[in-house]
Design a protein around this ligand. Structure first.
Ligand code: PLP
Length: 239
């Protein structure tokens, strides 16, 4: 399937906004309380630019090279980009400051590297901790029980602002099972919100993708990451 035209993207986004509004109602929130993040991995700068003209709030990038290329090309049209992929410490330098938020922090080593680079740039980097909520061996993310120690360590780092949590539940799980993972995430998020650290400003729960964003919002997501449903199927290039 070819990538969507701008008209198809506009239609898809209108459809997604309508569904977000319904799901927001179920969870007693306003539609605009939910941030729509367009996940643009593998997309060209031209495609990203066309989508930036439409009703998406922010962009999500999985690869440092694509983040840098899209940013240099001005493809985001002033909207924020978040980093949502696995981040190696040797790539931190280019991601800090370019990404408004790094959603995928999953180790003390990575947290320290981000803090050190942010201090060097004299900025405060917003981050989320990525939780491996399905406790999958092959997945990145920390276990829920490892969160508290890392959150406390982050509290001592003045280049870091902790904004919340991100999760990718196991692929291929039953809908009811996925919903239970989302519910567990919300409980963890609420617990993190009630732990008071001066450099934590916990307001973001990032969960739900093209096939699961409705359930995620109903269970409390404040930010959904949608790729395929906005742009069409991905064609992987060598990156
Ligand atoms: C690719 C990706 C998404 C979007 O997935 P779709 O199924 O295309 O909506 C969301 N989050 C992360 C972390 C991703 O890597």
């Amino acid at each position: 399937m070819a990538v969507f035209t701008q008209e198809q993207m506009a239609q898809a986004i209108a459809d997604i906004r309508g569904k977000i509004a319904q799901a927001a109602k179920v969870s007693l929130r306003q539609p605009r309380d939910i941030t729509l993040c367009a996940v643009c991995k593998t997309r060209t700068s031209e495609t990203v630019r066309l989508s930036a003209q439409l009703d998406v709030d922010i962009f999500g990038e999985n690869h440092m090279q694509e983040l840098v290329a899209h940013a240099q090309d001005g493809a985001y049209l002033g909207k924020d980009a978040h980093f949502i992929g696995h981040l190696q410490t040797n790539k931190v330098k280019k991601v800090v400051g370019t990404a408004r938020m790094i959603q995928s922090v999953d180790s003390l080593r990575l947290l320290e590297a981000i803090n050190s680079e942010a201090r060097k740039q004299q900025i405060t980097q917003d981050i989320l901790f990525e939780i491996n909520i399905g406790l999958e061996e092959s997945k990145s993310g920390i276990s829920p029980s490892a969160l508290w120690e890392l959150a406390e360590q982050a509290a001592a780092m003045d280049g870091i602002r902790v904004r919340g949590l991100m999760a990718i539940p196991p692929a291929g799980a039953e809908d009811s099972e996925t919903r239970r993972y989302f519910e567990q995430m919300r409980k963890l998020f609420e617990k993190l919100q009630s732990s008071i650290y001066s450099n934590h400003s916990v307001d973001t729960l990032s969960m739900g993708m093209s096939g699961s964003y409705l359930a995620a919002i109903e269970e409390g997501a404040t930010l959904v990451r949608v790729g395929t449903a906005i742009y069409g199927a991905r064609e992987y290039r060598n990156i």
